[in-house]
Design a protein around this ligand. Structure first.
Ligand SMILES: Cc1ncc(C[n+]2csc(CCOP(=O)(O)OP(=O)(O)O)c2C)c(N)n1
Ligand SMILES: [Mg+2]
Length: 1048
């Protein structure tokens, strides 16, 4: 049963500890020190009027006085000067003696007030009480604001019920004080031009500001200026006034919002649309935020939202053609051949138009999203960041994001918190998001008391100091006002802000649901609720702002627009998802949306380019910079800059020898020997793409140095704090920028963010690296819902790269497996059908058709090629790379420049090239493998002297499966039995993916034997010895030519 409960008004003074905390948070740092506080509080501690909360009041006065003595009342000015001059406790007030002849006049001015009040203590106490009262309204006014249109709010603040106006006694005041005039502190704006007001009026104005239809939560904000800004916006008398024009616009917007849902209900009464009824005010609210932001210079708004009201937002905010929306309801329309598509309330949209209120161009994009509530939040942020980045909008003045939330999802989903924590990080901030919560006080069938432990669904926003404006959605003008303030806040402070639209859901969760099953009392109340449009229209008619015929005319005008669009929608023959693209890439495809070619150029580079990048990668390309293990790298830089050849002194470690300078020296030596290791290969790929104008962004936990300390893309001066150098940004005169950023400790949030970043442009290589590959599963939703099926659902390509450190190295069940089996299981290629291998550009066509590319490179050179191929391809696909750990430093895991020169390519398969390949007829076993186990296999083969009997072929690109090259390999060794060797357990890794495809390749002519670990629940053993035993066992099987005899 729904718990009906009137909003018990509960305001009481804060306890001393609460006030101290809040107060000390709110002071600007510059004007105060701990020392000042101590030196003040000590002498006055014994003042008779000081106790509990009053000491905080005095403290506040003191700080105000320190900043500006004129900002406090004269009596306080004298008191503080006396105190600071050493007046004894108890004397500072009673004897406000002049400190100097010059201050006599000040005392004289203060005198009349003191004279008029025979009891100075009482005067001070009353002022303190009033101050507390004002503060209580500011802190807790929202507790008693009338926020719930249904009047059934079940928010419980756990306070003793004390209403302010009827309990002034709680503050030490009484009825007789109500008509006394009190000076207003600088922390309130209720006075307008007045500096003093009668207590009755003070209370009235505070109730107007904080206890009507708007509840403002802001006193937790740590910045005094920001608090003052908000106080001014809500306390200044007369702030909430609207012109007739504004009211008419608001009414017209409400008409559209309401009648759109009515229209859908009339035409398709049994279709799910997740209607907005009960929160129709959302449409004018969003439009107000957009108008105001446009007025402040924003010309691109990127939005993310859940199901509720999405069609309405598409129609009336983004302005998607109505016929396009209506034809989505036509179950007879065939889908164009573009992908599997998605339901109508998930599709995205991109639209550029003129904002009629500001007459400025505005682009609106609604990001497509899955059912998974809130999952699109970080994606929207990432896309916003990218759009800001590409248009040089470093402060978020032109591009902004708006995120919409449901109350249950906002409180329940952890990704909300993860996304909030990105909001102020330099490489992730979008300079403020406006969050709008459709708080209909229910989530599907669950009411808030069962859905969250915090009073409001918005409390999560408090962690980032975002102000929260709760507003009763049945008061459209109050809603417009908070939306204006929210947009102004964002453009003033460039920080997040939350608008909590407290509303209701008129129908069930969707149009087919019966809400009375579960919320009978709430829905009895809802049935009585007059729709907000009707209420507001009546109000405006009563005010004479519109008359009834005008109102009715507005309604029939919009109904006609809907009817006409409905008629047009019947002309549509086919449903195109591409009309719902949220991120077009103009110029990248042909006008029909096709790739410009179906080939990929060589991914190799010239020797000069390789050498140049290698040299920068092993240097410190700025002067006066001391790296770890080196005193001053200037010499290194000069040496490199003036000479193509390395002098013997190049990169010699100084002052330590084992540190970064040594790593750079080793790199330098590799370059000198025309060789790369993993880190250098990555450098070569990135550096060359930067030269070609491709922006590169590498993000993830500790990526700047690299989890395994191999990368070192950001150098830190050992003597100067925050002095860093990113050599990658010093490669070429007009290179594209390189962004490398350590992220917050979030996978879900950060991967979502990078996916969004990669959506914005095809001309960027965006990489997310997991600390260890197994951690990707905390971002599983982004992988399953966006990366894997994104193109199929939303015809939107995405070239994001996932770097997932993977490998069984005896480190235990965690940190070993990036779970290749999961990625492979989600590949869309058919294991049982051999594609046409004769097709021209077979490899590129395969890539074009796949949903993502999965690779496990065994050489740095191949890693280099696959990274470059990602950009040189004429289309974009997500790329999953299982990256090594021990191979980062493995002496054999090196690639010569020769394999990276112009004309070379990524090798999907690396065939055996040793003795076995020279006499293939003699080969008894052809072992296929992928990744690092190759090195274990070759070592074992060598130890056993079996180089002629066993051939080892590496599959570098697992998906799409290289049927063509593997067929060649199998045909080359006619007498060999086939085996698959992996270090992962049998039910994991690649086996289940590779085996059926290999069998298809050979038309099931031979078995494919397995050499590897047994099936297991955990990815790896926690015992080092067991690990080694298992490894040896799998190697034994791999080279025991009789191992499968009994199975044949
Ligand atoms: C991550 C996730 N879990 C569960 C669901 C199923 N679901 C769909 S809507 C809904 C209720 C959402 O409530 P709320 O966020 O308040 O939005 P409202 O529908 O009330 O607008 C739930 C649980 C989902 N879509 N996503
Ligand atoms: Mg809800």
């Amino acid at each position: 049963m729904f718990h009906l409960r009137t909003c018990a008004a509960k305001l009481r003074p804060l306890t001393a500890s609460q006030t101290v905390k809040t107060f000390s948070q709110n002071r600007p740092a510059a004007a105060r020190t701990l020392g000042q506080i101590r030196c003040f509080t000590a002498p006055v501690a014994a003042e008779p009027f000081l106790s509990g909360t009053s000491s905080n009041y005095v403290e506040e006065m003191y700080y105000a006085w320190l900043e500006n003595p004129k900002s406090v009342h004269k009596s306080w000015d004298i008191f503080f000067r006396n105190t600071n001059a050493g007046a004894l406790p108890g004397t500072a007030y009673q004897s406000p003696l002049p400190l100097s002849p010059g201050s006599l006049s000040a005392v004289a001015q203060a005198q009349p007030l003191v004279d008029a009040q025979p009891n100075v203590d009482k005067l001070v106490e009353d002022h303190l009480a009033v101050q507390s009262l004002i503060r209580a309204y500011q802190v807790r006014g929202h507790h008693i604001a009338k926020l719930d249109p249904l009047g059934i709010s079940c928010v419980n603040f756990d306070d003793a019920p004390v209403t302010v106006s009827s309990n002034v006694g709680f503050y030490g005041l009484d009825e007789s004080d109500l008509d006394k005039v009190f000076h207003l502190p600088t922390t309130t704006f209720i006075g307008g031009q007045e500096s003093a007001l009668p207590l009755r009026e003070i209370i009235r104005r505070l109730e107007m500001a904080y206890c009507r239809h708007i509840g403002v939560e802001f006193m937790f904000i740590n910045d005094l200026e920001q608090c003052q800004w908000i106080r001014q916006k809500f306390e200044t008398p007369g702030v909430m006034q609207f012109t007739s024009e504004e009211k008419r616009t608001l009414l017209a917007r409400l008409v559209r919002s309401t009648r759109f849902e009515d229209f859908l209900q009339r035409k398709w009464s049994s279709e799910k649309r997740f209607g907005l009824e009960g929160c129709e005010v959302l449409i004018p609210a969003l439009k107000t935020i957009i108008d105001k932001s446009s007025e402040n210079g924003v010309d691109y708004v990127i939005m993310g939202m859940p199901h509720r009201g999405r069609l309405n937002v598409l129609a009336n905010v983004i302005r998607k053609e109505l016929e396009q929306i209506f034809c989505q309801f036509d179950s007879k329309l065939e889908a164009a051949d573009e992908g599997s598509g998605d339901v109508k309330y998930h599709l995205g949209m991109y639209h550029r138009r003129i904002n009629r209120v500001t007459d400025r161009n505005i682009t609106l994009s609604l990001v497509a999203n899955p059912s998974h509530l809130e999952a699109a939040d970080p994606v929207v942020m990432g896309k916003t960041k990218a759009e800001q980045f590409y248009c040089g909008d470093t402060e978020g003045k032109k591009v902004m994001s708006i995120l919409l939330h449901g109350d249950a999802a906002f409180a329940g989903q952890g990704i909300v918190y993860e996304t909030f924590h990105l909001s102020d990080l330099p490489s992730y901030t979008t300079h403020g998001t406006v969050h709008v919560v459709v708080n209909n006080q229910i989530g599907f069938t669950t009411d808030p008391r069962m859905a969250r432990s915090s009073p409001y669904p918005t409390d999560v926003a408090r962690v980032v100091n975002a102000p929260i404006f709760h507003v009763n959605s049945d008061d459209p003008e109050a809603v417009m006002y908070v939306c204006k303030v929210a947009a102004e806040w964002r453009s003033t402070f460039h920080k997040d802000v939350v608008v909590d639209l407290v509303c209701y859901r008129r129908n069930g969760h969707n149009e087919m649901d019966e809400p009375m099953f579960t919320q009978p009392l709430m829905y009895k109340q809802i049935r009585k609720q007059k729709p907000v449009l009707q209420k507001y229209a009546e109000l405006l008619v009563s005010q004479g702002v519109v008359n009834q015929p005008e109102y009715e005319e507005e309604i029939s005008k919009y109904d006609k627009i809907c009817e006409e669009a409905f008629t047009r929608s019947k002309d549509e023959k086919i449903l195109h998802i591409k009309h719902w693209l949220d991120s077009p890439w103009p110029g990248f495809f042909t006008l029909d949306g096709q790739p410009r070619s179906m080939t990929c150029p060589s991914t190799g580079l010239t020797e000069d380019i390789l050498a140049h990048i290698g040299n920068v990668a092993s240097s410190v390309p700025v002067e006066n910079f001391t790296i770890h293990g080196g005193e001053d790298a200037t010499d290194l830089w000069r040496c490199w800059a003036t000479s193509v050849d390395f002098s013997p002194a190049w990169g010699r470690p100084r002052g330590g020898g084992q540190g970064l300078s040594r790593i750079l020296k080793t790199r330098g030596e590799l370059v000198k020997n025309r060789t790369v290791d993993w880190a250098l290969a990555e450098y070569m790929a990135f550096g060359s793409l930067l030269k070609e104008g491709i922006h590169i962004r590498l993000s993830g936990q500790d990526v700047e140095r690299g989890t395994f300390s191999h990368r070192h893309h950001v150098l830190h001066d050992q003597n100067v704090d925050k002095k860093t150098c990113i050599p990658m940004n010093h490669l070429w005169p007009n290179q594209a920028p390189y962004t490398v950023c350590n992220s917050s400790l979030s996978e879900y949030g950060v991967l979502g963010f990078e996916l969004g970043f990669a959506m914005a442009s095809p001309n960027a290589l965006v990489l997310w690296e997991a600390q260890f590959g197994d951690f990707h599963n905390t971002a599983q939703c982004i992988i399953d819902q966006f990366i894997c099926p994104g193109q199929a659902k939303w015809v939107r390509q995405n070239g994001i790269v996932l770097l997932l450190p993977h490998g069984m190295e005896g480190m235990g069940p965690e940190h070993s497996s990036a779970r290749p089996e999961r990625f492979l299981q989600m590949c869309n290629d058919d294991p049982d059908v051999l594609p046409n291998l004769e097709e021209a550009n077979f490899d590129i066509n395969q890539l074009y058709d796949c949903n993502w590319v999965v690779v496990n490179c065994s050489t740095p050179g191949n890693f280099f090629h696959v990274l470059r191929r990602q950009i040189l391809l004429p289309f974009r696909k997500p790329l999953i790379i299982f990256t090594p750990k021990s191979l980062l430093r493995h002496p054999e895991a090196r690639t010569s420049f020769d394999e990276m020169l112009s004309g070379t390519h990524f090798q999907r398969v690396i065939p055996e090239d040793g003795l076995a390949a020279q006499n293939p007829e003699n080969v008894k076993r052809l072992l296929f493998c992928t990744g690092k186990v190759y090195y274990d296999l070759t070592r074992e083969r060598k130890a056993r002297g079996m180089a002629e009997q066993v051939a080892i072929t590496r599959i570098e690109q697992l998906s799409p499966f290289p049927f063509d090259l593997l067929l060649r390999e199998v045909q080359k060794y006619p007498n060999a039995e086939l085996g698959w060797c992996q270090e992962e357990h049998k039910n994991q890794g690649y086996y289940d993916y590779v085996k059926p495809r290999l069998r298809t390749t050979i038309n099931r002519a031979k078995p494919v034997w397995y050499a590897g670990r047994d099936p297991a629940a955990a990815p790896a053993t926690g015992n080092k010895k067991t690990h080694l035993t298992e490894l040896q066992r799998l190697l034994d099987t791999a080279f025991d030519l009789d191992a499968f005899k009994n199975f044949s």
